[in-house]
Design a protein around this ligand. Sequence first.
Ligand code: GDP
Length: 295
Amino acid sequence: MFENLSDKLDRAFKVLKGQGTITEINVAETMKEIRKALLDADVNYKTAKAFTDDVRQKAIGQNVLTAISPGQLLTKVMNDELTELMGGTTSEISFSGNPTIILIAGLNGAGKTTFTGKLANYLKTQKNKKPLLVADDIYRPAAIEQLQVLGKQIDVPVYADPESKDPIAIALAGIALAKQNGNNVVIIDTAGRLSVDEAMMREIEQVKGAVKPHEILFVVDSMTGQDAVNTAKVFNDRLDFTGVVLTKLDGDTRGGAALSIKSVVNKPIKFIGTGEKMEALDVFHPDRMASRILG
Ligand code: GDP
């Protein structure tokens, strides 16, 4: 993941590594290279510009205060700023309400159903929770089946009503069942579409209004780069979600979505998907990701 960006940043740093001090001129040159590397990685233009302006200012500002080499100083500033860009600190699920209700939203194929299974598995095995899943996609019988298969695999109950065409009624019935059975987390896998459309947005807004979720997680395929960021913006404007899940980071060699999404929608990335298996889920740590990008 992020191989290209890491390589390019490394090359950009080399300009400075040979220099004795940081000057306005050599920093400007390095920043140009870094901005280019970010744009090549499909980072949003405004984000890339704001980022390099910030790094430049901090590098010059700190230069007079420290005795470390320009290369080391820039690495440190970049590390701090990349961490900040991706949200600064780790942001996990907040458990409030009994049951805690988590709504999963996103386009078809983003990885919603897979993530719903992964999250349940994570909460069960790492957080000692008793989750129940709700199959709330009324359009694709295959999606219901897929969730049931995953539920069986991780041994977590799944509520579904294949006869119903009412996503609100299904979600509420799932929550009622969870209360009855003592499940303290309900994860609702909603319907997606191939692209953002009005009917879908209205439907999920209505489900949100009825179930009053404590968390709304927006799931997006990181390999779609700028499209991921644009879709996030549309969903956030309508749903005011609480966090982002970036899937398929195992296949994303550019990293633009991971780097831009927080600054565009101002919501934290909470989890990353790194494979198809139920265990391939990580809590997102901005600092670890920054170190990884810098190599
Ligand atoms: P949904 O339509 O949003 O529910 O998407 P699915 O959960 O059905 O996922 C679509 C495809 O992406 C499936 O083939 C999943 O196995 C795959 N997938 C989901 N998450 C990941 C991930 O983190 N990495 C990889 N490599 N594949 C994933």
